[in-house]
Design a protein around this ligand. Structure first.
Ligand code: DGJ
Length: 741
């Protein structure tokens, strides 16, 4: 498995363990896509796949090359205005007003490994996992503009990472109006487009629609990847499901405005474009300047969506997430947010922490409201010094008490924001993002700092460093509670304003990078009003993210199930909160709340001091149970069994399985109970067919093949809850499966 190159005809075959990606140089010097899918043998040429047939009513490259008709060809990174007519991968505006380019193949370079990108989150191969990187150089001679198309194969995860870089080696100022990270032309359109869409508090619900002629797309113009659409999308054959079938996955290592689009053309061919959203973007390339796109992640399998999630998830763990934490078990925690909001004092927090320790939890996280004079959300963002009345004995003393209890200490920040009522605003009103002569639109009573300014990044680094050092901080929850409006930076020229959205996110990455390097043992959890920035750009720095502000168990089932398609469970912060639930007012049992939260980075977010002794005992047992199985819950292979987005939504089940297939835990959740149903069976997955297992410590032994193919009988919930005061609705069951020794 490697990248094979035929030098004579410039054919590039990127082979992973199970996939092949093939392209070549065409007669016009541009690159043509040949094939992406299940692995095929390497050959010097694939004449059959590049056969040309002349088409009527289509522009040709040259009179003497009438069979080279761009609109009929599968292109690798398509140009604008040369007869392709589909959406191009990039667009370059020139001093004379032209947008026409003629890039021609120049050379290639093949190296082992994968270097990180400078200033952008990116894939890496620190463990010599056989990654290889191919860079193709193309040049537009007239402009002196060089384009590098970068491809890295991660053979064992069946992942290809792509990006493009533009270098202005000419003499004229150019302007990049768009630059995709990856383009993929597929020969037909018999695919379902699968997206993960939603809103605040109901993120990443799965939507599946068949492709049709025209453009289907998801994207964001909010300055963040957004609650509304996620950069992860799939293209699956209509018969593909979790267990079988052909599917492509696409994601972007980026946290700002993005666009994932599929265009189905007149010949029913599909063009996928993934990258920074071309709307609200341009980049000036003065002579000598370079522009590097974020990286796109592509993966394929013919073994169903579950396999795709697993291989992409394994890739993120090994080649994207900060290696310091990627494989480390994450602490159980108590967070005070839903328990107190901003109404707390030192004593209240210490009683939480003391109880949390007694119940077995490992980290105390102090959320919003500890700084400036913040008692509600209209002040103090930017004042990253302690709210003294809340901590009369001093913040250092308070945090020392937490550590003395034997707990880790975590703290909330919202670095990118500023309140008008803050010292920072008094000193630096110009640090706020706003267009000249326009009023700035508040959201949650707050405004956005201009992260394109290096002095803002410096200020935040210094202010946060002081707190990190004073508190000997173990964990940071980095929140971002609004989208960007009136996008404009007063430090940039008129000509540079379309660079602001990208420069903003580069500033965020720079601050993350400096903090992660300066404080390597601090674990970051990213957050954006819940899951508004749940993307791979963030995951590079912050190995986990707050999945959603919605902590209701039923809503969380859907959110975590949807999220699991694109992201492994160890990236998902998942907490048990109080009932009636703060977001939907629903009452679910403590058991069901924990049964959902177990399948992520587990914690509690409620006033544990007010719980009855019985409930506290339950919390203690749940925490002990989670810790006992933490490796499995956080890092086990994740299998989706019953998909609520496909089966009417009443039943959901999933399972985690250890790498050695000796342990598994499955959960089945039922939203409403139904009368007089037939016998229920749960079809387990990922077990060793020849191994004998027990379920929940019972005496009956089952072969793995029996549990997977014939299923496990699940008794009627009513039989269990009948006669108790528990509702049979919102019920759940957990199955602990152990190989017989
Ligand atoms: C939004 C987050 O998602 C919540 O968990 C909490 O941290 C609040 N912000 C605090 O303002």
């Amino acid at each position: 498995m490697a990248i094979r190159i035929e030098d004579q005809n410039l054919l590039f075959h990127l082979q992973t363990d199970h996939t092949s990606y093939i392209f070549h140089m065409m007669e016009n010097g541009e690159l043509g896509q040949i094939y992406y899918g299940k692995r095929v043998h390497s050959k010097p040429s694939y004449d059959n796949l590049v056969t040309r047939e002349w088409h009527n009513a289509a522009a040709v490259w040259r009179l003497d090359h009438k069979d080279v008709q761009p609109q009929v060809l599968k292109q690798e990174y398509a140009s604008l205005g040369k007869g392709d007519f589909r959406y191009p991968a990039y667009q370059v505006a020139q001093a004379n007003g032209s947008r026409i380019t003629e890039f021609k193949y120049e050379s290639y370079e093949l190296v082992d490994g994968k270097q990180r990108l400078a200033g952008l989150p990116s894939a890496f191969d620190d463990t010599d996992d056989d990654a290889q990187t191919l860079t193709i150089a193309l040049r537009d001679k007239l402009l002196g503009l060089v384009m590098h198309l970068n491809y890295t194969i991660f053979p064992h995860q069946d992942v290809i990472v792509r990006s493009a870089e533009f270098q202005n080696q000419g003499n004229e100022k150019l302007r990049l109006n768009s630059a995709a990270s990856a383009q993929l032309d597929l020969p037909d359109a018999d695919y379902d487009f699968i997206q993960f869409s939603g809103a605040w508090a109901r993120e990443r619900h799965m939507i599946r629609t068949h492709l049709r002629s025209g453009v289907q797309s998801v994207g964001s113009l909010r300055g963040t990847s957004s609650h509304q659409q996620n950069p992860f999308v799939m293209l699956a054959r209509p018969n593909t499901d979790d267990a079988q079938g052909s599917v492509f996955g696409f994601n972007l290592i980026y946290s700002g405005n993005f666009s994932d689009q599929v265009q189905v053309d007149q010949y029913d061919a599909s063009r996928v474009l993934v990258g920074i959203n071309p709307e609200e973007f341009a980049w000036n390339l003065k002579p000598g300047d370079k522009f590097q796109t974020p990286e796109a992640v592509l993966s394929y399998t013919d073994a169903g969506m579950n396999q795709l999630s697993q291989q992409m998830g394994a890739f993120y763990q090994d080649h994207l997430v900060n290696p310091r934490f990627a494989h480390e078990q994450r602490p159980t925690l108590i967070n005070n947010w839903e328990a107190t909001f901003m109404d707390f004092d030192e004593d209240k927090l210490l009683s939480f922490a003391t109880t949390a320790k007694k119940l077995g939890l490992e980290m105390f996280v102090l959320d919003d409201g500890w700084f400036g004079h913040r008692n509600n959300d209209d002040s103090s963002l930017g004042n990253w010094f302690v709210n003294e009345p809340k901590f009369p004995s001093g913040f250092g003393t308070f945090t020392q008490k937490i550590h003395d209890l034997g707990l880790k200490f975590g703290l909330w920040f919202e670095p990118e924001m500023i309140s008008i009522d803050s010292e920072l605003y008094k000193q630096h009103p110009d640090w706020l993002i706003n267009a000249p002569g326009r009023h700035a639109s508040p959201e949650r009573q707050q405004f956005v700092l201009d992260m394109t300014r290096s002095e803002v990044v410096d200020y935040l680094f210094d202010a946060m460093s002081k707190i990190i050092e004073m508190t000997k901080l173990d964990y940071i929850k980095w929140d971002m509670n609004r989208n960007i409006t009136e996008t404009y930076s007063s430090q940039l020229s008129a000509d540079d304003q379309l660079e602001v959205p990208h420069r903003y996110i580069l500033g965020v990455y720079q601050l993350y990078d400096r903090l992660v390097k300066a404080y390597p043992d601090v674990l970051f959890e990213s957050c954006s009003s819940g899951g508004g920035r749940f993307d791979l750009g963030m995951m590079y720095y912050a190995p986990q993210a707050w999945t959603s502000d919605d902590t209701d168990a039923v809503e969380r089932m859907l959110i975590q199930f949807g999220t699991s398609y694109g992201y492994p469970q160890t990236m998902m912060g998942a907490h048990v909160s109080a009932v009636p639930n703060d977001q939907v007012g629903r009452i679910t049992s403590l058991k069901t709340r924990a049964n959902v939260a177990y399948f992520g980075d587990f914690g509690y977010e409620l006033d544990i001091t007010k719980m009855s002794p019985e409930e506290q005992q339950q919390v203690k047992e749940q925490t002990a149970f989670y810790k006992e199985h933490r490796q499995l819950f956080q890092f086990g292979k994740f299998y989706r069994i019953d998909n609520p987005f496909a089966n009417g939504g009443n039943v959901m089940s999933w399972e985690v399985v250890s790498d050695d297939q000796k342990h598994a835990i499955a959960a089945r959740y039922q939203i409403l109970n139904r009368p007089n149903t037939g016998y229920i069976r749960l079809y387990l997955k990922g077990l060793d067919p020849d191994t004998k297992y027990t379920v929940n410590g019972g005496s009956e032994q089952f072969y793995g093949d029996e549990l997977m193919n014939a299923g496990l009988f699940v008794s009627d919930i009513l039989h269990e809850t009948h006669g108790t005061d528990q509702s049979a609705d919102f019920n759940s069951k957990l199955f602990v499966i152990d190989a017989v020794k």
